[in-house]
Design a protein around this ligand. Structure first.
Ligand SMILES: CC(C)(COP(=O)(O)OP(=O)(O)OC[C@H]1O[C@@H](n2cnc3c(N)ncnc32)[C@H](O)[C@@H]1OP(=O)(O)O)[C@@H](O)C(=O)NCCC(=O)NCCS
Length: 189
């Protein structure tokens, strides 16, 4: 399919994960909507809940279409795909979305269960923050379930937390990007 206007080709590349497997990272396109639904179908209940704070039977087609259609500036999503025995499959998504504050975007991430803990989440966080920064977005907001240590730790690895609120089991963080991540080494890619 032809790439949409403004498609940032410079964000397309392959990345090697800690276990040696390779994923292809690229900005999302409108025709990815069905792939987002298929990815949702492969998520465990816990992973789906941690990402969407609700569990749905399927990701509704309208929602998938909205998630897949971005302007690559105020809204951008990066996909990680893997060419495996079942063909090319989406295994992770990181995105940012505008908020009601012009300098702040909301970020969200998901990695398919079998692909978690291999360093893909860290790659997506770093690259989404870098892509946002390159487009002038300097403040980030994330809503994370308060017991989701893994995501909270990833945010503090890459971000400097400026505001922190907790309500009904959900932690809201506002952060800026660190010049250099703290803690774990950078994943290759
Ligand atoms: C959060 C998520 C995106 C991270 O992706 P990932 O590919 O698993 O992340 P990584 O492998 O890069 O890093 C995970 C890190 O957390 C660590 N970790 C794993 N389980 C952990 C836990 N229970 N508590 C704290 N840290 C944990 C891992 O050891 C790893 O650290 P390391 O790089 O120092 O080894 C992924 O787990 C996911 O999709 N979770 C469900 C959806 C979600 O929570 N989204 C966030 C909403 S914004």
């Amino acid at each position: 399919m032809a790439t949409p206007t403004g498609y940032p080709r410079e964000l397309v590349h392959d990345a090697r994960l800690r276990d040696g497997s390779v994923v292809h990272i690229r900005p999302i396109r409108p025709d990815d909507a069905p792939r987002l639904q298929e990815l949702y179908d492969r998520l465990s209940r816990d992973t789906a809940y941690q990402r969407f704070f609700t569990v749905m039977k399927r990701l509704p087609p309208d929602w998938a279409r909205i998630l897949a259609t971005v302007d690559y500036r105020r809204r951008l999503a990066l996909l990680a795909e893997h060419d495996g025995p079942h063909g090319v499959e989406l295994v992770g998504v990181g995105r940012y979305e505008p908020t009601d504050e012009p300098d702040t975007v909301e970020v969200a991430f998901v990695v398919q269960d079998a692909w978690q803990n291999r360093g893909l989440g860290a790659i997506l966080v770093r690259e989404v923050l870098d892509a946002a920064d390159a487009r002038g977005m300097r403040r980030f907001r994330a809503y994370v379930l308060s017991d989701n240590r893994r995501m909270l730790d990833l945010i503090t690895r890459f971000g400097e937390v400026r505001e922190h609120k907790m309500e009904q089991g959900v932690t809201e963080l506002v952060f800026t990007r660190r010049a250099e991540p703290v803690g774990a080494p950078r994943a290759s890619g």
